[in-house]
Design a protein around this ligand. Structure first.
Ligand SMILES: [Zn+2]
Ligand SMILES: [Zn+2]
Length: 155
């Protein structure tokens, strides 16, 4: 989903995420449930947008211990300031110094909302996903999933 900056009315607009086609580029991010939520888009000056949003979905993760797949609920409330990408030393430096997730640079006249949503979901993704907090992992001897009791290891 894309927003044309010049088409945003002065009073702002609201976008419902339900039913929208949202393209996720990262192969490691598997969306398991349609993304729900809404965005409130407001214009700031001529070229900048302030987007306030909330989203909820479910992603598929692989447990870092037992390697089983599990659904992980994601809920996020966020805001992002969108500003045109300007080539030049000052902006470039600005851009590199802060991987600022509340700042989104767009090209031309188009804000790619999917990119914003994708990075917000990434933020909510645990670094080491666990299917359960006390996941027992895999047996070091036979490789069986130790959560599936009873485990009798045949050495
Ligand atoms: Zn696990
Ligand atoms: Zn075993």
């Amino acid at each position: 989903m894309k927003i044309k900056v010049h088409e945003v009315p002065e009073g702002g607009m609201q976008i419902s995420l339900a039913g929208q086609a949202i393209t996720i580029h990262s192969k490691s991010l598997i969306i398991n449930e349609p993304i729900d939520g809404k965005l409130l888009v407001q214009k700031q000056g001529d070229r900048d947008l302030h987007i306030r949003g909330s989203l909820s979905t479910r992603i598929l993760l692989e447990c870092g211990r037992c390697l089983s797949s599990f659904g992980h609920p994601v809920k996020s409330e966020f805001y992002v300031d969108c500003t045109p990408m300007v080539k030049g030393p000052i902006r470039q430096e600005y851009r590199l110094s802060g991987e600022d997730l509340n700042l989104h640079f767009y090209q031309g006249d188009t804000v790619d909302v999917d990119e914003i949503i994708e990075s917000q979901i990434h933020l909510e993704t645990p670094m080491v996903p666990l299917c359960q907090t006390d996941c027992k992992g895999l047996c070091l001897v036979c490789g069986e999933n130790l959560n599936e009791a009873p485990h009798v290891c045949i050495k």
